[in-house]
Write a protein that binds this ligand. Sequence first.
Ligand SMILES: [Zn+2]
Length: 263
Amino acid sequence: MDAARWVQVGDGVWVRRYRELDLSLGVVIGERWCLVVDTGADEVQGAEFAAAVRELTPLPWTVVITHAHFDHAFGTAAFEGAAVWGHARCRIALRETAEAQRAEWAGRYRSEGRPELAERLERARVIMPDAWPGGNLDLGGRLVRLVAPGPGHTDHDLVVQVPDAGVVFAGDLVEQGAPPAFGDAYPAAWPLALDAVLGLEPVTVVPGHGEPVDADFVRTQREEIALVARLCVDVRAGLIPVEAAVERSPYPEEFTREALARV
Ligand SMILES: [Zn+2]
């Protein structure tokens, strides 16, 4: 059920890839601490991830949550004793939306004939992250940077830069294998957030879903999202009909319509 594998993207920098939702979770290992990037969709997946991290390192862990969507944040209880960090608005978003996310996705899993996933989601305890005060996080012999690039996939995306490895964990600001999700997004601002990610000059960008990618992939996705945002603005201004935006969009209709609802 939790079919998963490790992908190494740098010295002591790993991505745990899950078949479910094509999810990508991360870990960065220093000399004294390890940093866990996102925790999975429920405590069962969180526990699988925690056990897998323990196969890599016995070091104490700190957790950072890239954003408040359940598949990134509902596994945190499995990381006992960890400090948990997120964007200041991540905590607010979790408080405001966790139960609605739980109900929506439990319903979706049940309608798909997957009650076990629904039950796991319903049982998951939600751990609130503290607001990251800014600055670097010292893992011992290795500094990582937590960067808030501005609104994009949500209003509280936080990315994790590992400068010595050229790696950036981008959360759902970047998606590989599926179009980016616009449900809580700020389409017009999203390209600027990706400019900030690209400004970190990453060699490898780890998306929230899908395989690790390079900066060129992110540049292409940035242009696609910018096009979607322009189409949405044109629709709102009455310059083109919705159908024209749907037709010219690089993404499937449901994604474009979600973006439209956010402009
Ligand atoms: Zn998300």
